[in-house]
Design a protein. Structure first.
Length: 456
């Protein structure tokens, strides 16, 4: 089968687009998630055109070979992991920005366009593409669509799903489906576009996207507020949101994260602080907004409030948050990064619960959070070479997901399900929900060739 597959693929692809050397293909086997099984692909294909993607899918359907779509492999759930004997369909070579239209405020892009590259390109037109995952300098738009990515600015601007107007999708049998629109409004038929966003490559291969753009906002100013407890910081978050404020960013770091950042970067963050809250505004008068939010933080018990005076100071304050995950990884060498999302009103309970889990399993678990939308990133630090510590890390990870569901939340706010959270998806959806989702999968992919073993 393998030789017939390679021969069939090469019949419709350039010679350099089909990789079969095991030393090379093994480097495409997995994304950045821990504890996720990955197989050995039969081939890695790097198409440059829609027609080439169609050829791959027609070949796969004819030979009944599974296909695993990939972007930059920055995912954290195993959603891009290969299965044995599959074709890995890497879309990184389809990296053209096809159109930027300032009147319609849309961009048309191929899936391999890097998020940061698009942001810089539209900025030249006075526009912005707001979704900004932490890996925005390397992650691709196709991957962002596959996992419905979020980012630091979600509290004001929303997630990827809110910016995808239309898609071109190659289906499992090679047909090309066009969904959505490029108009500001449209309600014709079922919203298939939203169905593909967050589907993790299990329903079709996105080969073109029409994305909504926003006018470029003013430069944001940032405020840092220190708290003597995580509960006080979460109370401040509730006061800010209840007060009708619309920050462009509202991020939280717990004491474990603060100490890890200090250890890595020597930033001089006060280690007596139990929680650090970062708020930003990109309004016409951000200083006034920061003053109002600073007063709310003080009312909630902030021990110190430090507003930035300019963009340079703002960037310095944000640098600590951007270093959080790297710093936590340095604690033990390996991390499991959760992304449980809970209602904002229960954020304090979530952080308290994570601290109990860390104590129970004798592990270092740091939390950084997109506090403005309740999306927490409890990060379990462990030594992967220690079997007992690895076991405790996995058990603590599961307990944190259970806590999120108990608090009325969801197992994933932006990282996706992939392999890592398959069994938890069933718990969240319930049997009827799983049955309907599987029915949708069967309608688009009757032979179950697209990204098998993920989600369900």
């Amino acid at each position: 089968m393998s030789s017939a597959l390679i021969e069939a693929l090469r019949a419709g692809l350039p010679a350099d687009a089909v990789l079969t050397d095991p030393d090379v293909t093994s480097s495409y086997a997995h994304d950045m998630a821990s504890f996720c099984a990955a197989g050995s692909p039969a081939a890695v294909v790097l198409p440059r055109t829609v027609e080439q993607v169609q050829h791959v899918m027609r070949t796969a359907t004819e030979l009944r070979v599974p296909v695993v779509p990939q972007g930059a492999r920055t995912g954290l759930s195993g959603g891009a992991n290969a299965s044995d004997g599959c074709v890995v369909l890497s879309l990184v070579k389809m990296d053209r920005i096809l159109e930027i239209n300032p009147v319609d405020r849309v961009a048309v892009v191929e899936p391999g366009v890097v998020n940061a590259a698009l942001s810089r390109a539209v900025a030249a037109h006075g526009l912005a593409y707001p979704p900004d995952p932490s890996s925005w300098e390397t992650c691709t738009i196709g991957g962002n669509i596959g996992t419905a990515s979020g980012g630091l600015c979600c509290v004001k601007y929303g997630v990827t799903a809110e910016y995808v107007l239309g898609l071109d999708v190659v289906l499992a049998d090679g047909r090309l489906l066009r969904t959505g629109r490029r108009t500001a409004k449209g309600v014709a038929g079922y919203d298939l576009t939203r169905l593909f966003v967050g589907s993790e490559g299990s329903l079709g291969i996105v080969v073109r996207a029409i994305l909504a753009l926003k006018p470029q906002p003013p430069r944001q100013l940032v405020l840092a507020a220190e708290f003597g407890s995580a509960a006080a910081a979460c109370d401040a978050v509730c006061r800010i949101m209840e007060g009708g404020h619309v920050p462009s960013l509202l991020e939280l770091m717990d004491r474990t994260t603060i100490r890890a950042v200090n250890s890595l970067a020597h930033m001089g963050l006060p280690e007596s602080t139990e929680a650090l809250l970062l708020a930003a505004f990109d309004t016409p008068d951000p200083a006034a907004d920061l003053a109002a939010v600073g007063a709310l933080c003080e009312a909630a018990g902030a021990t110190q409030v430090v507003p930035a005076e300019d963009a340079a100071e703002s960037e310095l304050l944000l640098q600590a948050r951007r270093l959080s995950l790297t710093a936590l990884e340095a604690v033990k060498g390996t991390t499991m990064i959760d992304d449980v999302c809970v209602p904002r009103s229960r954020l304090g309970e979530m952080l308290d619960g994570v601290e109990r889990v860390a104590d129970k399993y004798a592990l270092t678990i740091g939390v950084c959070a997109h506090a403005g939308d309740g999306n927490t990133h409890p990060t379990v630090c462990f030594d992967a070479a220690d079997p007992d510590e690895s076991r405790r890390a996995r058990e603590s990870f599961d307990e944190i997901m259970a806590l999120g569901l108990e608090l009325g939340g969801t197992i994933t706010g932006e990282h996706g399900v992939g392999v890592l959270k398959k069994e938890w998806l069933a718990r969240e959806l319930g049997p009827v929900g799983v049955e309907m989702q599987r029915a949708v999968k069967a309608a688009f992919d009757p032979h179950h060739l697209l990204n098998p073993g993920k989600l369900f």
